[in-house]
Design a protein around this ligand. Structure first.
Ligand code: SF4
Length: 393
């Protein structure tokens, strides 16, 4: 269920043994949180001179846990998206950086040496130069693997704490995480009718699924994601977000209750009355399927095709191949789909024609491109207005 969490690099405290888990799966992180709740484990950390052991999430592994766990003395929250990994290591506060599945930059060894970090691969798909510690996740052994990560962390702390001068940005941001399909509907009054009513009244003009990575190929870190989300909120458009774009919006403060102040009056009124932010933090980049369940539920309720709804999808700073697949899925689903940067398919004229022209006659929608947040918002709003007019609302 939705709950308040803390994000950004300011959550790191150099006086603790800090275990950070990174990747796409929550299993090792959750096992480490459970292991670190053992008072004996905390006592071992204090004997080494630390104030205790803390476990912190990075990118999707962290977001998976953030959606389901409250923060407490052991679980500290989420540091940010994948472009935050190197700045995180450079804070000089990380004792173990445990990497699963994908989206760990391949050349972290120099950071480990300079900032006193023990890098550990916890998934057999992750192997990188200069990283020799492998504790590949095994479901039946994960409790022991978690204790080994904590042991490595305590050993690392003794050396790191005396050698490395920490540099931790002060900024810490509150966000509301945990908006599953069921939680979104509950927050909107518990019935699909409630969502339909606020859409009909125009208080929420439409809904956009923002599922994203982050990249600096078209501008600054998270510039497009945050700029587009602000523009949409200012036009009474509610956002349901997943992936590194979701982490960006959490860190930027748009997934907080205070962000309602920046939304336009209809959406602001809904946020205040229901106690929800204008950006609903839904999960990770692999949660697109779950977002589509929400869209399907609304379409079925109205007796309409998904392509008829005032709904759109954007991946405004995508990077990874999964985002391209998510985009194609949204197109097949009949949803207006904005992508930035332009996918590397322009060498295939037939494919370009299919995506940007012909697809509209097949599934109901085609790709929209563009690297400017205001123009992208204009296109999305125009689409939503057309769908509203066709539905007579
Ligand atoms: S959103 Fe993209 S960059 Fe971020 S973790 Fe997922 S695949 Fe990796």
């Amino acid at each position: 269920m939705p709950h308040e969490v803390e994000v950004d690099l300011g959550i790191m405290d150099p006086d603790y043994v800090n275990i950070v888990f990174n990747g796409h799966e929550p299993w090792v992180g959750v096992a480490t949180i459970l292991a670190a709740r053992d008072p004996q484990v905390q006592a071992q950390a204090r004997e080494a001179g630390a104030r205790g052991v803390r476990v912190t999430g990075s990118i999707e592994s962290g977001q998976e846990v953030l959606q389901r766990f409250a923060i407490d003395e052991v679980f500290r929250g989420l540091t940010g998206n994948w472009l935050t990994i190197e700045p995180l290591l450079a804070t000089g506060t990380v004792d173990v950086f445990a990497m699963d599945e994908n989206c760990s930059p391949p050349w972290l060894a120099p950071y480990a040496e300079k900032y006193g970090v023990t890098l550990v691969c916890v998934y057999d798909l992750v192997r990188m130069p200069g990283v020799e510690k492998h504790l590949d996740y095994k479901p039946t052994e994960v409790a022991g693997q978690a204790r080994e990560l904590i042991r490595l962390g305590i050993e690392n702390f003794k050396e790191r704490h005396s050698r490395i001068m920490p540099r931790v940005p002060r900024r810490m941001q509150k966000a509301i995480a945990g908006f599953s399909t069921e939680a979104v509907l509950k927050a909107l009054g518990g019935r699909l009718d409630s969502l339909v009513d606020v859409l009909k009244a125009g208080k929420i003009k439409g809904v956009v699924g923002l599922v994203n990575c982050t990249t600096i190929s078209t501008g600054l870190h998270d510039y497009m994601t945050v700029g587009l989300a602000r523009e949409l909120n200012r036009r009474n458009i509610l956002i349901v977000s997943g992936g590194c774009g979701n982490h960006a919006l959490e860190v930027a403060g748009l997934a907080s209750l205070e962000a309602a102040e920046q939304a336009w009056e209809g959406l602001r009124e809904i946020c205040w009355s229901l106690n929800i932010p204008p950006v609903l933090s839904f999960g990770t980049c692999t949660d697109t399927g779950r977002i589509s369940m929400l869209v399907t539920a609304v379409a079925n309720h109205l007796g309409e095709d998904t392509s008829a709804l005032p709904v759109a999808v954007t991946a405004p700073q995508y990077l990874e191949q999964k985002a391209t697949i998510d985009g194609l899925f949204a197109l097949a689903f009949g949803l207006y789909t904005h992508l930035s940067p332009t996918p590397p398919v322009t060498g295939g004229p037939d494919l370009v024609k299919l995506l940007t022209e012909d697809l509209e006659g097949i599934t109901g929608k085609k790709v929209a491109l563009g690297d400017d947040p205001v123009q992208a918002a204009n296109g999305i709003e125009e689409h939503i207005n057309k769908k509203r007019a066709a539905l007579g609302i």
